[in-house]
Design a protein around this ligand. Structure first.
Ligand SMILES: CC(C)(COP(=O)(O)OP(=O)(O)OC[C@H]1O[C@@H](n2cnc3c(N)ncnc32)[C@H](O)[C@@H]1OP(=O)(O)O)[C@@H](O)C(=O)NCCC(=O)NCCS
Length: 182
């Protein structure tokens, strides 16, 4: 099992994962029309959407809010040649990331869940972060997302606090953890 830079080599299992409802964090699964579009130009999707270059300039979004990218490296978790999930490493925390989203975002394809992949993928991501000389990772999970915070705890996460996030539509609390790398 390994974390790799996303590539078209994993097209079949990635598309299969999307069809199974794979999604990252709280984002909704892709619609059949979106999946068809991704499949039709998978190379374009990987290069323009997944490996898109970091743009530090804040941009006005369609909803009228400003968005600023944070530097991020996307990895795909691959086992036996198959796409298993995504692990995103945000290498710098801005004010917003420090508040809630933290350094790490991940998601495992539905059919591979509850088999230890998030736990092992996070362990591999710690090694990537260490190689980049990062000293600690902030990782957050909704209180109801037991699989997520258990994977964090199994990777040495130390709970800092549990907070309400004003815009969470379910009024859910989030557990914020630090994983020390050195
Ligand atoms: C959360 C998620 C990443 C967990 O991935 P996973 O590969 O199933 O996690 P693991 O198999 O490593 O499980 C870790 C622990 O949590 C437990 N667990 C996993 N899912 C669980 C669930 N739905 N309910 C209760 N426990 C669960 C596992 O049994 C394991 O505990 P154990 O070792 O004590 O038995 C996965 O469910 C997912 O991708 N969800 C959608 C996206 C998401 O929520 N991402 C995280 C955002 S912070």
């Amino acid at each position: 099992m390994e974390l790799v830079i996303p590539s078209t080599a994993y097209k079949d299992s990635y598309i299969e994962a999307l069809k199974d409802g794979f999604c990252l964090g709280s984002k909704p699964p892709k619609t059949p029309a979106e999946i068809q579009e991704i499949e039709a130009d998978f190379e374009g999707f990987v290069t323009k959407k997944i490996l898109k270059p970091y743009n530090p300039v804040p941009r006005l979004r369609e909803d009228g809010k400003y968005h600023q990218d944070s530097p991020q490296i996307s990895y795909w978790l691959i086992d036996n040649g198959n796409f298993i999930g995504v692990f995103n490493l945000r290498t710098q925390l801005n004010e917003f990331l420090m508040y809630i989203n933290g350094n790490v975002g991940y998601g495992i394809t539905p059919k591979y869940r509850r088999q230890g992949y998030a736990t092992r993928g996070l362990a591999l991501l710690k090694e990537k972060a260490k190689a980049l000389k990062m000293e600690k990772l902030l990782v957050a999970a909704k209180e109801s997302n037991i699989g997520s915070w258990k994977a964090i705890e199994k990777n040495g996460g130390v709970l800092e606090n549990i907070i309400y996030v004003p815009w969470d539509k379910d009024g859910e609390r989030y557990k914020r953890y630090w994983i020390t790398l050195v």
